[in-house]
Design a protein around this ligand. Sequence first.
Ligand SMILES: [Zn+2]
Length: 612
Amino acid sequence: MKLSRLLSFLLVFYLLGVSCRPTTSPSPAPLPSEPSPTSASPGLPRATVSPTPAEGALFSEAADFVFHNGFVYTVDPNRLIVEAFALKGDRFVYVGDYRGVQAYIGSATQVFDLGGRMVLPAFVDSHAHATSGVSDLYEVSLYGIDSVVGYQQAIREFLAEHPDLEALRGAGWVNQVFGPKGPTAAMLDEVAPDIPAVLYSEDYHSVWANSKALELAGITKQTPDPEGGVIERDSAGNPSGTLRETAMDLVAEVIPPYTAEQYLEGLEYFQGFAHSLGITTVYIPSLPGGLGEALEALRKFEASGKMRIRFPMAIGINPEDSLTRVDELRQMIEEEKGGYYEIVGAKIFMDGVLEGSTAYLEEPYLHMPDSRGELLWEPQKYNEVCAALDRAGIQIHVHSIGDAATRITLDGFAYARQQNGRRDSRNMITHLQLVNPADLDRMAQLDVVAVPQPYWFVVDTYYTQAVEYVGRERADRQYPMKSFFDRGIVVASSSDYPVSWPPNPFYAIEIGVTRTVPADLGDIYVGADFKTPLNPQERVSVEQMIASFTINGAYAAFMEKQIGSIEVGKKADFIVLSQNILQVPATEIHRTKVLLTFFEGKEVYRSEEYTP
Ligand SMILES: [Zn+2]
C-alpha cells in the first residue's frame, strides 16, 4: 500500500479520545431473514442473449449514442450479456442485439463500433476518502525512496512546483535510511528552511520535523517526552527532528488545515482520477476534521456544474456525542439533499486496527497477552445511538476490524431492529478483518451490507505482522469474502482510498479471485508474497467481484434503481475495457485499462490507448 493502513488508526485517535472495555452483550434471538435481491450470483448466461425489442426499448426515437459489436456484461438480475445498447440524454434507452439497436440510429446519432470489447456498468467504490484527493496534490510523497539525498531531492522538486505553500506536509520516509535516532531537522532545513515541514514515516508512527516546525510548536530542550511518545534528541539534549508516537501530536497544530479551495481542487483532481479508473460513484465514509471546509468544497463543486461523480456520504458520530447529534444529522441530510453529493449515513468507529494492536478481539493479542485491543464505544450507549439513527431513517456505517468489535456492532443493529421493527436499513460494516463464523449468519439476518477492501487480501508485511500479533490460525482466516456471498450477504467492495493507492478496481477484482499479490505490484505491496494466497477458501468469482463493484455498491447507497447495471431506464454510466476480464486468466485482470468512461450519458474519460 502506498499509505499505511494505519491511517485508519490515526483517524480513530484523531476523532476519538475514548476507550473502554465492556463485555460482549448477549446475542438476541435470530430474526427472520428474506433473500437479498442483489447478492445472488445466479447462473451466468455467457452467450449473447437479446431481449425482444418490446422489452429492450424505452423510446423508439433516435438515440444520442449507439454502441454495438461489444461484449456487454449488463449485471442485470439475469446477468445478461448483450452486444449493443443505445443512450438518449442521461439514460439507457435500449439494451439488446444489433438488429434491435438499428431502430435507434438517426442522422445525429453517434455510432460506436466496440470491436468486440468488454463493457461494464461504471464502478461504485463503497468506502473511499475522496476528500483526501487534496493530499495527492499538496503532500510530498517520499514512498519508494531509500536515501537522504533522494528525500531532499524529492522535497526540493515538490517545493519548486508549489512555491506558495505555507507549510509542507508529506509521508513515506523509512527509518532504515537513518540511524536509531531518525532523521534530523538540519537535513530538512537544507531544503525547507522557511516554512514548517512535517513529514510522516511510511508507517505513520514517526514524524520528521524541520527547525521551523519545532520552533512553532515550542518544542525545546526543556519539553518533556509526552506519555507514550519520544522526542529524539542530540547529545546535548536538544530536540533533533524526529518525534515518535504521541510526540507527533506536538506538531499537529503547526500545519494549517486545508482550505475549502484546496479541498475543491482535490475533489476535481479525484474526480478525474476516479473516471480514469472507471469509477463514477464513491461512498465517502466521513469528512475530515470539523467537516466545515470539506463540506463547503463539496457545495462549491456541485454549484460549479463541474461535478460528474456521485458522492453518497456518511457523517461521523462519536461516543462523546449526545443523542441530539442524531437530530443534527437528520437536519444535515435534509439540507444537503438533491445533488450529486448527499448524506445517507452515520459513520461509527467501533475499534482501531490490528497493526496498532487496537482492533478489538475476542481472544488476546499474542504479543500483548493482557490486551484484547480497544473498544471505542460503551455498548449500551452504542445500542441507543443505533436505535436513534435507525428511527431517524439514517443508515449506519461502522468501521469494525476485530471479531469482538463486529459482534458488538451487530448487537447494536439487532437492538435497533428490536426497538423499531424491521426496516430497509442497509447498515454497512467495513473492513471485517476477523469475523466469528457465528456472526456471518447474524449479518445475513440483519441485512448487513459487508464492505471489504479486497486490495488487502494478500500475503505481505501486514500478514507477517498479523501472524506475530494474533498467531497463524487467526491470520490465516483474515478477510472473509466467499462466506459473505454464500450466505446471501450483499458485498460492496471498496478501496478505502488513500489507504489503498491507486484505488484501481481491477487490482481488487483480481485479488478477490486469486487472493494473491498480482505480478509486478511489488512496489505497492511491501514484502509481497507473489505465490502464497491469503485464506484461499475465501476466493470468489470474477462475476461476484464485478457485482461487488457495481450493482451491490449501488444497493449499498440506495441507488440500485438508478445505477449499477446496464438496463433500460437506468442512468447511462458505463465503461469500455481494454480486455475481457471474464475471458483472460485471472492473474491478468490487474492489467486491464479503462478506455472510455461515461457518466449519465456523457463521455467523461477517454484513454489515449482508445482507438474507436
Ligand atoms: Zn476509511
